[in-house]
Design a protein around this ligand. Structure first.
Ligand code: PAF
Length: 296
């Protein structure tokens, strides 16, 4: 069993903990999370460790009110700090930063006080997830920008499972010259191929079985990608029509940067669907026009 991480709940505590490591010239690795940690998050911690070697790995656990819309599951979002600390300990995390809302958004006693200066996520935030969750990515980028400012990491690791989020954070780091290496870690899957997500816990046993249709649909498309995007999407839609209990929101093929798909070469296929009341997302790389190197 690895040593327990040091828990910091204020900016000052966090800053003191990181000062010595910076003086010693270590690189700092960072994994921002909202807690409810599972094996997917653990793989991000491992990737951060690999990136910084002996340097400190910091995990933040903060359920960010700004990225939840009206009627979304902010209150219902699982808060499991004790169990989360165990996951962090088992994966050699050095520091867990778990601030209160007021620490991140000063002055927030009743309701959240937004900063006056915020981040405009641009057009990428209006498509796909952003089309059904207005303001979501603005809230994500504001908190990630703040957390980047507090932790000042050299490397930050995010999951490819939230591909649009990853693309936007990369874009922010690039466009605003933040000097942070944003790493995208591969999605971790259950044995039956369902992508790990904190939301999977909301699925009833029958819905849990139905949810496998998302990854099956993506793999069906990849198997047909040799004939191009239209053919791949048609095959995938046929696959999905045969799946019960899955209410499709979108199924698209885009460029790897979420721009238009190329006619041949590397692209991304993304799906969002509701299973019962739970909205799930998944995505995979897809190679259009020639046999898919990713197919497995
Ligand atoms: O992916 C998440 O858990 C959150 O969106 C993040 C990046 C921690 C920001 O709150």
């Amino acid at each position: 069993m690895c040593a327990a991480p040091v828990l910091a709940s204020t900016r000052e505590e966090l800053s003191k903990l990181l000062t010595d490591a910076r003086r010693a010239g270590h690189r700092v690795g960072f994994v921002p999370t909202m807690g409810a940690l599972h094996a997917g998050h653990a793989s991000l911690m491992d990737a951060a460790r690999e990136a910084v070697g002996d340097g400190p790995v910091v995990v933040s656990i903060f359920v960010n009110p700004l990225q939840f819309g009206a009627g979304e599951d902010l209150d219902r979002y699982p808060r499991t700090l004790e169990a989360d600390l165990e996951v962090c300990a088992a994966h050699g995390v050095d520091i867990v930063f778990a601030p209160a809302v007021d620490e991140v958004y000063p002055g927030s006693t009743t309701g959240v006080v937004e900063p006056q200066v915020t981040v405009d996520p641009g057009p990428l935030a209006g498509i796909l997830e952003g089309a059904t969750r207005p303001g979501h990515f603005r809230g994500v980028l504001i908190v990630v920008a703040k957390l980047f400012g507090l932790v000042r990491p050299d490397v930050a690791v995010f999951g490819q499972k939230d591909y649009q989020q990853l693309a936007l954070i990369r874009r922010m780091a690039d466009d605003l010259c933040l000097g942070i290496d944003v790493v995208g870690a591969e999605t971790v899957r259950e044995d039956d191929d369902l992508a790990l997500s904190s939301r999977n816990r909301y699925l009833e046993p029958e819905q849990r079985e139905q949810a496998v249709a998302l990854s099956r649909t993506l793999r069906r498309a990849r198997a047909d990608a040799i004939h191009g995007a239209d053919s791949a999407l048609a095959a995938a839609r046929a696959e999905l029509r045969a799946s019960e209990g899955v209410d499709l929101d979108y199924l698209v093929i885009t460029g790897t940067d979420l721009g238009p798909a190329p006619s041949t070469g590397e692209a991304r296929i993304l799906i969002a669907a509701r299973v019962g009341t739970t909205r799930l997302i998944d995505n995979m790389p897809i190679h259009l026009g020639t046999p898919d190197r990713h197919t497995s």
